[in-house]
Design a protein around this ligand. Structure first.
Ligand code: UD1
Ligand code: CA
Length: 460
């Protein structure tokens, strides 16, 4: 097949989003909108991907770079046709077909683009565009056809369309494919003679037709796949569609979703068979969850690696953490970045852990803060324990060795080590290392004053 380059136009500000953020940075399932067309483009394995960015170019590059795409900046933004010109200027060497996608079309699937590519190769048309039929075509460029089915005369933007043209319900999806040489020649002849004074990419159709070149339209089977996002309401609708698509895939692979319409799972998340995901759960980023796990209602998991048979109880927040097999977490626990829970560890309710390792089988079950700590195997951390890791200037580590027992309501003032098998008495403030096998008690001695209560009552 003819070599392919994919252009993604994403420089528009997206005025209709009414936002300070560039449109393609708005998130869907925790990923910027642009990540979706980028992944779709990459699935076609083109010779190159060029993304045209404008507003907040640096942030876009930072969040979407690494996908093997080249980013070019369009400044100022003079329309989609101008954006395509800017991109083609960057790829003067390229001789194959150019597939144009819009950054605000996250739903399009690689299969659909592959079919368009094949149809373009077969028909020999100069330009092939992907059209769709909509009950309400408002806002889209109308595809005006010639007598022959699939043969296109022009694309007319809504604001430049006559009343009769506005009634046409076949619209342009934004996706088109054309030979690089042909496209370059047509783009050079664009004029900003329209209601917005912009260079419209869609005008290449009329110019091609005036040159007696054939432009053909392929009508997409599923118009839902090609809806563009211009408003927050459309963003929410697209998110729901992508959610359903992703959730279907997980269910087919053996994941149980208690409430598929309320499970928001990002496109990069991997989940093993027989895992059960409860309602109102969000899982995003580069998360992987093993087999036979349970994630209960209201939990949020981002960039976590979890083994098999992990139980996440309701209301947990887990970020950038590693959780080994058989661990139980929550309800309402908070694992912050760089937390590692070793096999069979148990973390209970109202526990916050940050940058710490909890060893195999160790328990941190109630109302506790563990920060910058290394906890060995078989340790019991009592209720209300706090690692005092911050002295106002720097962070310090707490080390608790295997088999140690930390009594309830203990403060461990770091840097400090509790040795293997040692005991810390409840209510202690531990400021010095506790040797292995010893008992440390660091609290006021209890006094008993006999008859005190009776005397006080008499005084009143
Ligand atoms: C565009 C099409 C319309 C089509 C619709 C499908 C044009 C002129 N019209 O309309 O026929 O039905 O998409 O969703 O293309 N962009 C740039 N630089 C610019 C301007 C735009 O990169 O200077 C990018 C935008 O980021 C966006 C795309 O081009 O991804 C389309 O621009 P947008 O303003 O959203 O066009 P629509 O009005 O939606
Ligand atoms: Ca658009």
């Amino acid at each position: 097949m003819t070599p392919l380059a994919t252009l993604i136009l994403a420089a528009g500000k997206g005025t209709r989003m009414r936002s300070g953020r560039a449109k393609v940075l708005h998130e869907i399932l925790g990923e910027p909108m642009l990540a979706y067309p980028l992944a779709t483009a990459a699935a076609l394995e083109p010779a190159q991907i060029v993304v045209v960015v404008g507003h907040q170019a640096d942030e876009i590059r930072e969040r979407c770079g690494g996908a093997g795409a080249r980013f070019v900046v369009q400044e100022p933004q003079l329309g989609s046709g101008h954006a395509a010109q800017v991109a083609l200027r960057e790829m003067t060497e390229f001789k194959g077909d150019v597939l144009v996608l819009y950054g605000d079309g996250p739903l399009v699937r690689p299969e659909t683009l592959q079919a368009l590519r094949e149809s373009h190769a077969e028909s020999g048309a100069a330009i092939t565009l992907l059209a769709m039929r909509l009950a309400d075509p408002t806002g889209y460029g109308r595809v005006l056809q010639k007598g022959k089915k699939g043969s296109v005369k022009a694309i007319r933007e809504e604001r430049d369309a006559s009343a009769a043209e506005k009634r046409v319900n076949l619209v342009h999806s934004g996706v088109l494919i054309a030979g690089a040489g042909v496209l370059r020649g047509l783009l050079d002849r664009l004029r900003p003679e329209n209601d917005q004074g912009e260079y419209y990419l869609t005008d290449v159709v009329e110019i091609a037709v005036s040159d007696r070149l054939e432009v053909s339209a392929v009508e997409a089977a599923d118009s839902g796949e090609l809806e563009g996002i211009n408003t927050k309401a459309e963003l929410a609708r697209a998110a729901a569609r992508l959610r359903d698509r992703i959730n279907e895939r997980h269910m087919e692979a053996g994941v149980t979703l208690a409430s598929p319409e309320s499970a928001w799972i990002g496109p990069r998340v991997r989940i093993g068979a027989d895992t059960v995901i409860g309602s109102n759960v969000e899982i995003g980023g580069e998360t992987s969850i093993g087999e036979a796990c349970t994630v209960e209602t209201g939990s949020v998991i981002v960039d976590a690696r979890m083994g098999n048979a992990v139980h996440v109880k309701p209301g947990c927040v887990i970020r950038e953490s590693t959780v080994e097999d058989g661990v139980s977490i929550g309800p309402m626990a908070h694992l912050r970045p760089e937390t590692v829970l070793r096999q069979g560890a148990r973390v209970g309710n109202f526990v916050e852990i940050k940058k710490s390792e909890i060893g195999p089988g160790s328990k941190v079950n109630h109302l506790t803060y563990i920060g910058d700590a290394t906890i060995g195997a078989g340790v019991n951390v009592g209720a209300g324990t706090i690692t005092c890791n911050y002295d106002g200037e720097g962070k310090h580590r707490t080390i608790i060795e295997d088999g140690a027992f930390i009594g309830s309501n203990t403060q461990l003032v770091a840097p400090v080590t509790v040795g293997r098998g040692a005991y810390v008495g409840s209510g202690s403030t531990i400021t010095k290392d506790v040797p292995a096998g010893s008992l440390a008690v660091g609290r006021g001695k209890q006094r008993i004053i006999e008859g005190w209560a009776e005397r006080r009552r008499r005084k009143d």
